[in-house]
Write a protein that binds this ligand. Sequence first.
Ligand code: PRP
Ligand code: MN
Ligand code: MG
Length: 179
Amino acid sequence: MQNDILEVLYSEQDIQEKVKEMGELLSRDFEGRNPLVICVLKGAFIFMSDLVKRMTVPLEIDFMAVSSYGQSTKSSGVVKIVKDLDVPVEGRHILIVEDIIDSGLTLSYLIDVLERRNALSITVAALFDKPARRTTDLEADYKGFSIPDAFVVGYGLDYAEKYRNLPYVGILKPEVYSH
Ligand code: PRP
Ligand code: MN
Ligand code: MG
């Protein structure tokens, strides 16, 4: 698996330091608000678990999974809920946790859904941001790293469902996906 990585962009230590920093900021800003922290499956599962360990305020967690319809790519903007939340969001402070914002379509869809369900506030924490690929005007409220438009995997990010379990984030070798 390591042999498929061209270059490590963020080491395990780089990531853990950043997550700790983000957890401290979020703890300060969510004091007394009992946030419902939503993990966007599957990519955000590792970031989510590390981040909430760095949050020192009372909070609740839930999970949501979305995907694009059928064969269409995400650039179509058509997304459906594959796994919904277990609890109502009405009147709650929501913290959406994402591994990466690319086009922004996944998040803009999620935010729209949660707004229609009358969330009291919606905040986004994303560990990685690929601004070059954005097709919406969406920005994370809490951002870890801005990354180049390369094929990155690890720490939750996959290629064909693989590499999510790497503890670091790296660029995939082109020969892995070019055939
Ligand atoms: C990836 C990533 C984000 C989304 C970002 O998820 O985890 O959720 O794409 O792209 P966008 O900003 O263009 O919408 P993916 O749909 O690959 O599902 P996964 O989390 O299960 O890997
Ligand atoms: Mn995802
Ligand atoms: Mg994916």
